[in-house]
Ligand binder design. Structure first.
Ligand code: FES
Length: 143
């Protein structure tokens, strides 16, 4: 049995979506930081580390896996993890990841989103995943 992550207090009875889900039928909402700063800014930024391309990769993966309407990958502003980025967070679980390349994106989509598995090697430092709930939010791959 797949045990995903999330908070019981944000799950709406009946359909299992947290309050972050903006529309009916959406199972996961992925926010990817694409914030860009000047090259001389000491904080750095996710865009300088390829986050715009990685966001596009997430969108391609949503299409490849047939998850349009179930999973949404949106651009986000700074998520306050600039030095560890590119940064992203997946709701409703509230799991934070850092991604470096397309291989990371594919692994998050195939394991976290489709199978409900935690991708431990990509967890954002300092952001342990919330406690698991007993309700599955894995999205089965269409046949
Ligand atoms: S610039 Fe991406 S987390 Fe701050």
């Amino acid at each position: 049995m797949v045990i995903p992550w999330g908070r019981n207090d944000v799950v709406h009875p009946g359909h299992g979506l947290g309050h972050h889900a903006p529309m009916d039928g959406l199972k996961h909402h992925i926010f990817i930081c694409i914030n860009q700063r000047p090259p001389d800014d000491p904080r750095g930024c996710c865009a300088a580390n390829g986050s715009v391309e990685l966001h596009a990769c997430f969108k391609r993966e949503v299409r490849r896996l047939g998850l349009k309407g179930l999973v949404r990958a949106n651009k986000a502003g700074c998520l306050d993890h600039c030095k560890d980025g590119p940064s992203l967070v997946i709701y409703p679980e509230g799991v934070w990841y850092r991604v470096r390349n397309e291989t990371d994106v594919v692994e998050i989509m195939e394991r976290h989103v489709v199978k409900g598995q935690l991708v431990e090697r990509l967890l954002m430092p300092g952001h342990p995943p919330p406690p698991r709930t007993s309700e599955s939010r894995a999205v089965p791959r269409p046949r």
